[in-house]
Design a protein around this ligand. Structure first.
Ligand code: HEC
Length: 434
C-alpha cells in the first residue's frame, strides 16, 4: 500500500486533521456505498456499521482509489448523466487516509444514523405487478447464464406506462436484466411454456424495448408525453444475466408497472449506430469499428445504450453540430460486459437537423485482455454468440416535432439498406471530430 500511504500523507498535510469514521467516513459510505452494500442487495457484504467498514478499510481505500467502486463505467464529465456514481478526489483522499491511520472510529457516540431505504416498491404499489411464472434455479457455479422469461401481462386493452420497476427475487445472482415486449407471440413459441437461453439479443424481434435494470439502479421513467405502450395481449420478455454465487439459489423476479391515462403524444426513437462488419484477427489489440449517421430532423437525446461483448475495451460516441461544435455523448474506457447499463442524460441534449453522430469502438483480441473468452485468442466475427462480437451505440431521441418522425424513420432505414449493400461512404472533411 505504498501508493495509499503517499496519498494519505498529502491529504493529511493539506487538512492537518485525521479522518475518523464518525465524522468523515460514515457519511461517504452511507451515501455512495450503502445503496448496494446492505442486506438483500447485490453487493457481497454490508457497509452500514463501523465494524463493517473497519474490517475492510484497506480494501475500501484500494477499490475507491482505483475507481472500481462505486461501479460507474462512463468517464465522469464526458456526457452529463443522471444518477452518475463517483467519489470526489477529496472523498477518496479521506477514505485512503482513514485506512492508512488504522481506521479510527472517532467519537463513537456521534456516528450518524444509517440511512433507511424503502423495503418495498420504490414508487409505492404498482398498477400492475407480474412475477416470473415459476422460480428459476441458478446453479452454485459454472458459467454465467443468460435466460429469457416470457410473462403474459394479461391486458385486454392498450395501457400506457410512465414508470417500471424491476425487482430481482435474489439480488446476489441477478447481474442485470433487460425488458422487452412481444405482441406476436414469437418469444412464447421459442420458450415453449418455460424460459430459454439467450445471450446478447433476446432471440426475436421485440415489439418494443422497455429499458433495463442493473444493481443499484433507479426505476425506469418514461419522458413526459412519451409514455411506453403495452398492447392488448402483449407479453413482457425479461432477459436476465445470472452470475452464480457459490451456492445454488432460487430466483423469481418481479416487475411493477405504473400506468398513466395519457396516451403518448411523442415517441422515443432509437438511433442505432451499429456495424456487422467485424472481423478481428487473433492478437489484434486495437481493432476499430465505426459508424455514423446524420440527423435529418431536430431531436433531443434523452439517453444512450452501448452494447458489445467481451473483447470491446473502449467505446466513444460524439455528436458534431452543424455549427461545428462537438458534443460528448459517452466514453467508456474499460468496457465490462458484466456492467451493462443504460445511461440517461441529466438534461436532454439538443441535436439539431444536420448533426453528425459518430461512434468508435475499440476491441482487444489479444491474450492480454482478461475478458477474452478464447485462450489462445481466435478470429472473431460479428454474431450473437458469447464468443462473437457486436457493436451498437443506441441513442434514445425524442423528435422536437412529432410530424418529423417518419423522416427520421426513412433516413434510418436508408442507413440500414446502405450497410447491407456494403456501400462505403466517407465522413465529410468539414466536420472534424477529435
Ligand atoms: C451499484 C452497486 C454498488 C455500489 C454503489 C457500490 N458497490 Fe461495492 N460492490 C458491488 C458489487 C456487486 C460487488 C461485488 C463485485 C462485483 O460484482 O463486481 C462489490 C464489491 C465491493 C468490494 C469488494 C471488492 C473485492 O475485490 O473483493 C468492496 C471493497 C466494495 N465493493 C466497496 C465499495 C465502496 C467503498 C463503495 C462506495 C464508495 C461501493 N462499494 C459502492 C456493488 C456496489
Amino acid at each position: 500500500m505504498r501508493f495509499a500511504a503517499a496519498v494519505a500523507f498529502c491529504a493529511l498535510s493539506e487538512t492537518g486533521a485525521a479522518a475518523t469514521y464518525s465524522r468523515d467516513v460514515a457519511p461517504i459510505l452511507y451515501r455512495h456505498c450503502a445503496p448496494c452494500h446492505r442486506p438483500g442487495q447485490s453487493a457481497p457484504f454490508p457497509l452500514l456499521t463501523f465494524q463493517d467498514a473497519a474490517a475492510r478499510a484497506k480494501l475500501i481505500a484500494a477499490v475507491t482509489a482505483n475507481h472500481t467502486m462505486p461501479p460507474w463505467k462512463p468517464v465522469l464529465g464526458y456526457g452529463n448523466f443522471a444518477h452518475a456514481r463517483g467519489l470526489s478526489a477529496g472523498e477518496i483522499g479521506t477514505l485512503v487516509r482513514w485506512a492508512a491511520d488504522g481506521a479510527p472510529i472517532g467519537d463513537g457516540g456521534a456516528i450518524p444514523a444509517a440511512p433507511t431505504f424503502p423495503s418495498d416498491w420504490k414508487m409505492g404499489k404498482p398498477d400492475l405487478m407480474v412475477t416470473l411464472p415459476k422460480a428459476f434455479t441458478v446453479p452454485a457455479d459454472g458459467p454465467d447464464l443468460y435466460q429469457c422469461f416470457v410473462v403474459p401481462l394479461g391486458l385486454s386493452e392498450e395501457r400506457y406506462v410512465r414508470a417500471i420497476e424491476f425487482r430481482p427475487g435474489n439480488a446476489l445472482v441477478v447481474h442485470h436484466a433487460l425488458l422487452f415486449t412481444d405482441t406476436g407471440g414469437s418469444a412464447r413459441r421459442i420458450a415453449g411454456g418455460g424460459s430459454y437461453s439467450c445471450f446478447g439479443t433476446p432471440g426475436f424481434l421485440p415489439t418494443s424495448a422497455l429499458g433495463g435494470w442493473s444493481p443499484g439502479n433507479h426505476p425506469i421513467h418514461f419522458p413526459r408525453d412519451a409514455a411506453g405502450t403495452l398492447h392488448a395481449g402483449a407479453d413482457v420478455v425479461i432477459q436476465i444475466h445470472f452470475h452464480p454465487s457459490g451456492k445454488a439459489e432460487e430466483e423469481q423476479s418481479r416487475v411493477g408497472f405504473y400506468f398513466t391515462s395519457k396516451a403518448p403524444t411523442r415517441r422515443v426513437a432509437d438511433v442505432a449506430l451499429t456495424s456487422r462488419n467485424i472481423d478481428i484477427a487473433p492478437g489484434d489489440t486495437a481493432y476499430k469499428v465505426r459508424d455514423h449517421f446524420t440527423l435529418p430532423i431536430d431531436v433531443h437525446a434523452i439517453g444512450i445504450i452501448p452494447h458489445a461483448h467481451y473483447l470491446c475495451r473502449d467505446m466513444k460516441g460524439t455528436a458534431t453540430l452543424p455549427n461545428g461544435s462537438l458534443i460528448r455523448l459517452l466514453w467508456i474506457r474499460d468496457w465490462d460486459f458484466n456492467w451493462q447499463d443504460q445511461y440517461e442524460y441529466a438534461t436532454p441534449v439538443a441535436l439539431p437537423e444536420g448533426t453528425w453522430i459518430e461512434m468508435e469502438f475499440t476491441y482487444d483480441n489479444s491474450a492480454g485482455n482478461p475478458h477474452n473468452p478464447s485462450s489462445p485468442p481466435k478470429r472473431v466475427t460479428w454474431g450473437a454468440g458469447s464468443r462473437d462480437e457486436m457493436a451498437g451505440l443506441h441513442l434514445q431521441v425524442v423528435p422536437d416535432r412529432m410530424e418529423d418522425l417518419p423522416e427520421l424513420g426513412k433516413a434510418l432505414w436508408g442507413k440500414v439498406m446502405r450497410s447491407v449493400g456494403g456501400e462505403f461512404y466517407k465522413r465529410p472533411d468539414t466536420n472534424p471530430v477529435q
